[in-house]
Write a protein that binds this ligand. Structure first.
Ligand code: IMP
Ligand code: MG
Length: 175
């Protein structure tokens, strides 16, 4: 079987939406600063583009949690790399690539809220609402997408395709 990528959201669509999200965050945090917690590795591309579109002071930190093997969720969440800086008293925005079952974010948000941030919000590039198993409050969403496995703009399939500048669906075709 050969993999083939079908474009779901073009580079232009994604970039335009990221710009809108940056504007919205800039307005909502006027007079404040924002501390972005980027979830490695998938959210890196999105977090960088988003940060460039936010016009209030931004600081960044990174966290890594266990995720998928192949295309199926294991359902287990584990912190592989924790934050470098305290989030106490900060306006934290967790930036994630995609909310699928919600397990990762449900765990992460409750973990982070126990560290006493001033505020805690979640911004995801993509959301697959049909797949939700655990409830998660998403404050900023780039796009709601159907239940299909997507890659690009940071999202991977077995570590591949993260560098695609658009979002695509992986299709398997006979060679
Ligand atoms: P959740 O805990 O099921 O919500 O899973 C979230 C994580 O699963 C994301 O951060 C991604 O790493 C991964 N994931 C879920 N759906 C996809 C997809 O369509 N493509 C690539 N990764 C995905
Ligand atoms: Mg991820």
């Amino acid at each position: 079987m050969k993999e083939q990528i079908k474009v779901l959201l073009s580079e232009e669509e994604v970039n335009a939406r990221v710009k809108e999200l940056g504007k919205k965050i800039t307005e909502e945090y006027a007079g404040e600063s924002v501390h972005i917690v980027c979830i490695l590795k998938g959210a890196v591309f999105f977090a960088c583009e988003l940060a460039k579109r936010i016009e209030v002071p931004v600081s960044l930190d990174f966290m890594s949690v266990s995720s998928y093997q192949g295309t199926t969720s294991t359902g287990e969440v584990q912190i592989i790399k924790d934050l470098e800086h305290s989030i106490e008293g900060k306006n934290v925005i967790v930036v994630e690539d995609i909310v699928d079952t919600g397990r990762t974010l449900h765990y992460l948000l409750s973990n982070l809220s126990s560290r006493n941030p001033k505020s805690l919000k979640l911004c995801t590039l993509l959301d697959k609402p049909d797949r939700r198993v655990v409830d998660v409050n998403v404050n900023y969403t780039g796009f709601d997408i159907p239940d299909e496995f997507v890659v690009g703009f940071g999202l991977d399939y077995d570590q591949k395709y993260r560098n695609l500048p658009y979002i695509g669906v992986v299709e398997f075709v006979e060679k």
